[in-house]
Design a protein around this ligand. Structure first.
Ligand SMILES: Cc1cc2nc3c(=O)[nH]c(=O)nc-3n(C[C@H](O)[C@H](O)[C@H](O)COP(=O)(O)OP(=O)(O)OC[C@H]3O[C@@H](n4cnc5c(N)ncnc54)[C@H](O)[C@@H]3O)c2cc1C
Ligand SMILES: *[C@@H]1O[C@H](CO)[C@@H](O)[C@H](O)[C@H]1NC(C)=O
Ligand SMILES: *[C@@H]1O[C@H](CO)[C@@H](O)[C@H](O)[C@H]1NC(C)=O
Ligand SMILES: *[C@@H]1O[C@H](CO)[C@@H](O)[C@H](O)[C@H]1NC(C)=O
Ligand SMILES: *[C@@H]1O[C@H](CO)[C@@H](O)[C@H](O)[C@H]1NC(C)=O
Ligand SMILES: *[C@@H]1O[C@H](CO)[C@@H](O)[C@H](O)[C@H]1NC(C)=O
Ligand SMILES: *[C@@H]1O[C@H](CO)[C@@H](O)[C@H](O)[C@H]1NC(C)=O
Ligand SMILES: *[C@@H]1O[C@H](CO)[C@@H](O)[C@H](O)[C@H]1NC(C)=O
Length: 565
């Protein structure tokens, strides 16, 4: 009789850099470094150069100037765009003498080839390390960093290739698809495609990554009402899975993984090396900016209400845009792909005529020959980073905006920001239109996107010197303000955009992914492609099997040896 003995592997807590008893020793790191072509790097917080022990007068001066530049941040392995997630005592304001590493990984791999990613994944598995994937560090929930982890840094995977005729998987001859590697940022794609008079459906900020968290969380765009969400444009992904295999995920290969990667959130199913996207001939853009101040709070409500009526009306005419509500001011941008600037002007003049109290002097009109011209002038300069900030958000149904502008105004008035408190309410007119057209899509984007018109974000910032107890108060205020917006959701099931959401959201599984059913379906894919949970991140699918710090599985399996005869 043959007796096979299975060693069921123990599910252990991750081995962190702070635990020298299990952290790989120097020679293990050295041979790993050789295996990744010497691309092992160390990482430090973005303000480390302004503090002891790494104080450097010149580097600190540069850091102070570049602090709010998203590209400068993304060029550093340790920096995050929203500095609260670095969670370090380093500061450009404080010149701390106890500058610590915070939540910034100690070591990272500056990957450029698929083999670097493969070797890093296998090294992390072998040594039970906490692995984090980062492309640009824009994540608003801190999902691209973790204290004591090993960083897989994809920023320098910068390939872009045009595929003049893409056909696979029953897609007959799609013209001008683009293969984009994991480190490429939207600014680079927009600039490159503009030389071909093409455009892709991407982010408003040029420094956001293409293939990482943005796309995998769904991706809203200045052009999403025109052509659908960014994840609706994906034809295939090239990935490294947690077992180290180099694979393709598309509608006909690993189709469950493909479904999950398109909307179900980054950082948890596999490491994406590149993505193939549809592109489109660039539209022209008609645009207008405005800046309206109401004389009183009561009048502000009337103004918001009329703006909601206006948005209902112009959404049907293909307008998109962004707006901010702070104090008694509403300011923003409307833009219309292939729109007529005269029509934009006429519509806003009629609106102005109904509000003799409000100055429209600051309203400006623009006509751009291409999307890239619009992006470069209007969007690129308006997305600074480098703040301590938390967001909470809700997707507001199109039907509610159409039918109840008064109720919407009432709720927005309760949630608006106050500049003295560092808060603002941001409206994104990026849903509806082709986002609601699902005739050709099969992916895991939160279904609430398909019936929404507005994506509303409450944003709260603070300073490094803000006392802890005030920070704690502000964090609770984010959750409270976000919940006020629930009044606008018909069945009061909160739904929001996973990439611009409150990390303290209560029922995040439903709110981020649409429903328990959706969440469970995503989790089934997760468990299939990453059964041992190599990839974990906060509020990512599967993270509820881990402790709060995501370093220990909730159920610790005892080491068992099961004789199986
Ligand atoms: C200034 C600013 C502007 C923004 N504008 C928009 C916008 O217009 N539209 C919009 O929809 N969103 C926008 N966002 C939100 C944005 O979508 C998220 O921050 C998103 O997480 C960014 O993805 P990233 O890969 O660039 O960031 P990262 O922080 O590097 O990664 C985010 C998540 O994805 C994972 N990840 C990264 N790369 C990979 C990969 N290759 N494979 C697998 N997992 C990966 C990370 O582990 C992490 O969990 C904006 C954010 C900021 C800060
Ligand atoms: C930030 O660091 C402090 C210790 O300095 C820690 O108590 C806290 O949990 C950390 N926060 C996050 C979000 O990691
Ligand atoms: C920061 O502290 C160092 C010494 O700890 C000092 O040399 C330097 O001038 C300080 N920088 C600023 C900007 O205060
Ligand atoms: C970039 O793409 C080209 C063409 O597909 C390929 O030959 C090259 O090896 C790629 N470079 C990297 C670094 O992946
Ligand atoms: C959508 O894709 C999923 C995942 O592969 C598949 O199970 C499902 O059958 C597909 N649905 C449709 C309508 O094609
Ligand atoms: C103008 O503003 C005042 C408040 O300052 C308000 O009472 C009045 O109704 C407004 N006029 C119009 C035409 O809306
Ligand atoms: C903003 O500050 C004002 C005055 O300090 C305060 O009354 C108000 O409650 C604050 N709002 C929020 C959202 O914290
Ligand atoms: C929905 O999308 C399909 C394919 O993307 C397109 O052919 C169709 O015209 C769209 N429908 C509407 C109503 O816009």
């Amino acid at each position: 009789m043959i007796c096979i003995i299975f060693f069921i592997e123990e599910r252990r807590c991750r081995c962190l850099a702070s635990d020298s008893s299990c952290w790989p020793n120097l020679s293990a790191w050295q041979s790993f470094n050789e295996s990744v072509d010497g691309r092992l790097i160390s990482a430090k917080p973005s303000a480390a150069v302004c503090n002891e022990p790494a104080y450097d007068v010149d580097a600190c001066a540069v850091a102070r100037i570049q602090w709010n530049d998203g590209i400068w941040r993304s060029n550093q392995p340790g920096a995050l765009q929203n500095t609260n997630w670095e969670n370090s005592s380093c500061s450009i304001m404080l010149n701390s003498t106890t500058c610590n590493q915070g939540s910034v990984p100690v070591f990272g791999v500056n990957a450029i080839f698929p083999e670097h990613v493969q070797k890093t994944v296998l090294f992390a598995v072998k040594n039970n390390l906490r692995l984090v994937i980062k492309s640009t560090g824009h994540d608003y929930l801190g999902r691209s960093t973790a204290a004591g982890s090993l960083l897989l840094w994809l920023h320098n995977m910068k390939n872009m290739t045009l595929i003049p005729r893409y056909s696979s998987c029953g897609h007959a001859d799609i013209m001008n698809a683009a293969r984009i590697s994991a480190g490429v940022q939207w600014d680079e794609v927009y600039r490159w495609l503009s030389t071909l008079n093409l455009v892709a459906i991407g982010g408003a900020a040029g420094s956001v990554g293409v293939a990482g968290g943005y796309l995998q969380g769904g991706g809203h765009s200045p052009l999403s009402r025109w052509k659908g969400m960014a994840a609706d444009q994906v034809l295939e992904y090239e990935v490294i899975t947690a077992d180290g295999r180099h694979q393709t995920a598309s509608a006909c290969q690993n189709s469950d993984l493909f479904w999950a990667l398109n909307g179900g959130g980054g950082g948890t199913y596999a490491v994406v090396l590149s993505v193939v996207l549809k592109t489109f001939p660039s539209p022209t853009i008609a645009a207008a900016t405005y800046d309206l101040v109401a004389p009183t709070e009561a009048y502000y409500k009337t103004l918001i209400e009329d703006c909601m009526r206006l948005i209902s009306q112009v959404a049907n005419a293909g307008w998109s845009g962004y707006f901010t509500m702070v104090h008694t001011k509403i300011s923003g941008l409307f833009h219309v792909p292939n729109g007529n600037v005269r029509e934009v002007q006429d519509t806003l003049s009629q609106f102005a005529a109904r509000h003799p109290n409000i100055s429209f002097d600051n309203t400006r009109f623009y006509s751009f020959p291409s999307f890239y011209d619009f992006f470069a002038l209007m969007l690129r300069p308006s997305n600074p980073t480098g703040y301590n900030v938390l967001l909470g958000s809700r997707l507001i149904p199109e039907a509610v905006v159409h039918s109840s502008p008064e109720r919407v105004a009432d709720v927005f008035l309760q949630t608006k920001g106050e500049s003295v408190n560092g808060s603002s309410l941001l409206g994104h007119i990026v849903a509806g239109g082709q986002v609601s057209n699902t005739s050709n899509t099969n992916n895991s984007i939160n279904p609430a996107w398909r019936t929404a018109l507005l994506h509303m974000v409450y944003a709260q910032g603070w300073l490094d010197i803000t006392p802890d107890y005030i920070q704690e108060y502000l964090i609770k205020e984010v959750t409270r303000h976000t919940q006020i917006l629930n009044q606008l959701l018909p069945d009061s099931t909160p739904s929001c955009y996973t990439n611009e959401a409150d990390p303290n959201e209560l029922n995040w599984q439903e709110a981020f992914y649409g429903s328990r059913e959706m969440y469970n379906r995503l989790k089934a894919v997760k468990n299939q492609v990453d059964p041992d949970g190599l990839l974990v991140c906060k509020n990512c699918v599967g993270s509820d099997d881990w402790t709060e710090d995501l370093n220990c599985p909730k159920v610790l399996n005892p080491t068992t040896t099961t004789p199986h005869c």
